[in-house]
Ligand binder design. Structure first.
Ligand SMILES: [Zn+2]
Length: 225
C-alpha cells in the first residue's frame, strides 16, 4: 500500500511538473516550501545519523541500509532546495518543473525499491555474513573452554533472526548446568544480534548418537519413529 501511495504521489507531481513545463509560471509560497523541506531534511539527517551509529554498534545491516536510504533522501532535498534558490535568483521558471520531474522519477525509484525490499524480506535466507561472524566469534570463545557446537543453522525472515544449534557438553553435567550454559550463550548472542530467536539443543559429547543428528532430515533406523 505504501508503495502504491508513493507511486500515485509521483504521478501527480509528474503531471503538475509537465503542465508547468509547457506553461512556466512564478513559484508560489517559496519561503514556506523551502522552510518545510529544509526542516524535514534536517530531521531526516538526524534520524539517519542516529540509525547509522546504532547500526554500527549493533552490527545491523538492515539499520544501516535504512540510514543510507534516509541519507539519500536528505541529499535529494538539499538538491531541490538549491535548485529552487537558483530559480529565484535567475528567474528561469522552467527549472522548477524540471526539478519536479527529477523528484518524481526519484520517488518512483524509491517506491520500486521499497516493493523489492519488502518482497525480499518475505523470503527465507541465511543470516548475512556479518551476523554469522558475530555468532562464530561468540561460539569460538566457548570452544576454547572445551564446549563443542554443531548443526549451527541461521535463518532471516524479515527483520527477525533465527539461530539453532547443538551444544555438546560432558554427559555427566546436570540438566541445570547444561541449561545455564545455553542461557549464557543465548544471552551473549542476543546482546549482539537484535530481534533474534534461539533454539539450543544440549547433547552429551561422549555419545555417538549426538553426532548423527546434524542434517535437516535424519535417517531413522527400522523400528524408530
Ligand atoms: Zn547433534
Amino acid at each position: 500500500l505504501e508503495s502504491a501511495l508513493i507511486i500515485i504521489a509521483a504521478v501527480w507531481i509528474g503531471i503538475t511538473a509537465w503542465g508547468r513545463l509547457m506553461e512556466p509560471q512564478p513559484l508560489q509560497n517559496v519561503g514556506l516550501g523551502l522552510s518545510i523541506t529544509l526542516g524535514a531534511a534536517a530531521l531526516n539527517g538526524v534520524v539517519a545519523l542516529v540509525l547509522l551509529r546504532a547500526g554500527r554498534r549493533l552490527r545491523s545491516i538492515s539499520l544501516r541500509a535504512d540510514a543510507q536510504h534516509l541519507l539519500t533522501d536528505v541529499w535529494t532535498s538539499v538538491g531541490v532546495v538549491l535548485g529552487i534558490v537558483m530559480v529565484q535568483l535567475t528567474g528561469w521558471w522552467v527549472l522548477d518543473p524540471l526539478i519536479g520531474l527529477v523528484v518524481a522519477a526519484n520517488i518512483v525509484w524509491t517506491g520500486f525499491r521499497l516493493l523489492r525490499d519488502t518482497a525480499e524480506g518475505l523470503l527465507d535466507r541465511v543470516l548475512p555474513q556479518e551476523d554469522q561472524e558475530v555468532i562464530a566469534s561468540v561460539l569460538s570463545r566457548y570452544e576454547r573452554q572445551g564446549i563443542r557446537f554443531h548443526a549451527v543453522c541461521t535463518r532471516a525472515a524479515g527483520q527477525r533472526r533465527f539461530v539453532s544449534m547443538h551444544v555438546l557438553v560432558p554427559g555427566l553435567w546436570t540438566v541445570k548446568q547444561g541449561h545455564d550454559l545455553s542461557e549464557k550463550i543465548e544471552g551473549e548472542l542476543a546482546g549482539a544480534l537484535p530481534q533474534s530467536t534461539y533454539f539450543i539443543h544440549i547433547e552429551p559429547s561422549e555419545d555417538p548418537a549426538s553426532f548423527e543428528d546434524q542434517n535437516l532430515d535424519r535417517e531413522r533406523k527400522d523400528g524408530e519413529a
